[in-house]
Design a protein around this ligand. Sequence first.
Ligand code: IYR
Length: 220
Amino acid sequence: MKKFIPYDYFPNKSDQEMQASVDELYKLMLKRRTVRDYDSRTIPEESILKAIQIAGLAPNGANKQPWHFVLISNPEIKKEIRIAAEKEEADFYLHKPNKTWLKDLEPLGTNEEKPFLEEAPYLIAIFAENHELDEEEKKKKNYYVSESVGIATGMLITALHIMGLSTLTHTPSPMGFMRTILKRPQNEKPYILLVVGHPKEGAMVPNITKKSISEICTTL
Ligand code: IYR
């Protein structure tokens, strides 16, 4: 196998075409919101699998591709996940509350109830592989794992949004139950539970603003 091959994507857009592309994409991305109300309408599995393939194209440490995605549509498994997540969330919101954190969450209107875990047609459990096992079953550490899986997750969210779907990045803490319920090996650490589906007609989202370009970026 050749060690290097020619790169083959040279769109050569003019400055105007480039601006038009980014303007169009910005307009579309402005519509991305974290949605908590889902329509139960089914979605073809192959479309979601293709979006996961896009996530798998993400840049990552030493091309180890340290991620695993579990695509869940089975209602019984979704129910099991909801029960386990709501148990952790009850601790977070009710039994062991962190006042500062809960105050920061107030504008989002979240609570310990997570009906979307059953209502949405798909959950994608994303796992980070902190190490792999070599031929002699010896642990081999992966590199920049959370950066890599974070980038892949961002690409997945973007792909699903462009497809017209909504998502919710759900991070019940701790998430150990995901490994147990989904029977994943020890080297996989639960990273995020992504809820995916069509938004429910009449869905509401928090009225929050984003920082301006001058707040998030310095030009030198
Ligand atoms: N995991 C909890 C709490 C939560 C935490 C953050 I940071 C958020 O941005 C939103 C929610 C929950 O899912 O409700």
